[in-house]
Design a protein around this ligand. Structure first.
Ligand code: ATP
Ligand code: SF4
Ligand code: MG
Length: 340
């Protein structure tokens, strides 16, 4: 498996969680991710958007090997473009690659050990990866350099997580991830809990680090304005499936999946001219609708949509849409939506 452009390939990935039922009931599964395929290019920020429960975090965790997939594979092209099938590795085989693949969570407080100083928190990962010797002067200097890169003072090394503001704590989490010299970081709602002004500082830091440290991000967020700001490409998820993928500007300006159109139109915006409300709730991922999973809420569903699963097809320039009517223009779809 040779590849110079993609850092990761996600191929027909499925993640089902067993659902407990009665002893005489047939075993049932919650389908958090269903047959998801896409590539993440080296150096890009690929974002995942979609309503709560659409499977974004599960996908991020499965890509990192934190969840074992039900089927499908994740191929990582970290070593000079040579592909390694992460999903086929044992825990021991995965260990040397762990440092390459990091995650930053929404709540920096709960992901930092309150009894450890920031210095100890960062040292932990660095020493485990054998980058510097625990307690050495070189380790201390290295931690200082990482703190500085993340906009934190040297004094932070001896302070505890509760002594920082929310934004500074998120900087500590970024420093912890960055310290092990990763190649890929999943940012799961990493600015969602922060005030708007702090959000933009953290987003700017992530953008700066991406350039300086040659990072690739999988950015997960509910906030479409944040996603538009940070992303190179975006994937729109619905009930565990990928509904639309494309260059971020293209998907935001020219969305072709009715779900994306409704999602973008429902997002709060100061100068919104139109209002298309996403009707109804997300159906249960335990027994999702037949055919196109979106048909129960879609403003242009037809008979065929209830029976046939629409494939994710490229309508040009890598803009992929899973809809039987992908070719119908954005304007025509918006007009149809407004009539309902
Ligand atoms: N460990 C788990 N065990 C069982 N079900 C799970 C588990 N993790 C997630 N799920 C279920 O899988 C589905 C997808 O959840 P996931 O957290 O991936 O969605 P999400 O898009 O990240 O949502 P949110 O935007 O709320 O974070 C949901 O129905 C959720 O309840
Ligand atoms: S396939 Fe049918 S139901 Fe699904 S998004 Fe397209 S029009 Fe709507
Ligand atoms: Mg989530």
């Amino acid at each position: 498996m040779e590849n110079t452009q993609n850092l990761l390939s996600i191929v027909h990935l499925k993640k089902y969680f067993p659902v407990s039922g009665g002893i005489f009931q047939r075993k049932r599964f919650l389908k958090a991710n269903e047959d998801v395929s896409f590539d993440i290019k080296a150096g890009e920020t690929f974002s995942l958007v979609g309503e709560s429960g659409s499977g974004k975090s599960t996908l991020g965790r499965t890509v990192l090997g934190l969840y074992k997939p039900t089927s499908g594979k994740v191929v990582y092209y970290g070593k000079e473009g040579r592909g390694v099938e992460l999903t086929a590795l044992s825990e021991k085989e995965f260990r040397p690659l762990r440092k390459d693949l990091q995650i930053i969570f929404q709540d920096p407080y709960s992901s930092l050990n309150p009894r450890m100083t920031v210095g100890q928190i960062i040292e932990e990962g660095v020493a485990t990866q054998g980058l510097y010797k625990r307690g050495s002067e070189a380790m201390r200097e290295y931690i200082f350099s990482v703190l500085e890169k993340c906009g934190l003072q040297k004094e932070a090394i001896q302070r505890y997580p509760h002594q920082f503001s929310g934004g500074q704590r998120q900087r500590v989490c970024i420093a912890r991830a960055l310290a092990v010299k990763p190649k890929f970081i999943v940012c799961d709602e990493c600015v969602s809990a922060l005030d708007a002004s702090v959000q933009s500082q953290i987003l700017n830091l992530l953008t700066e680090l991406k350039e300086k440290e040659n990072l690739t991000y999988l950015f997960i967020s509910h906030d479409l304005s944040v996603v538009r700001y940070v992303s190179d490409r975006v994937g729109v998820m619905y009930l565990g499936d990928m509904a639309e993928i494309g260059e971020a500007e293209e998907v935001f300006k020219n969305p072709r999946h009715p779900y994306t159109i409704a999602l973008l139109a429902s997002a709060p915006s100061k100068n919104k001219k139109e209002e298309i409300v996403l009707k109804g709730n997300v159906p249960s991922p335990v027994s999702p609708p037949s055919g196109c999973k979106f048909h129960t809420r879609c403003f242009m569903a037809k008979e065929c949509c209830t029976k046939l699963v629409p494939p994710l097809k490229d309508i040009g320039g890598g803009h992929c849409v899973a809809c039987h009517f992908a070719e119908v223009s954005t304007r025509e779809k918006r007009n149809l939506a407004k009539k309902i």
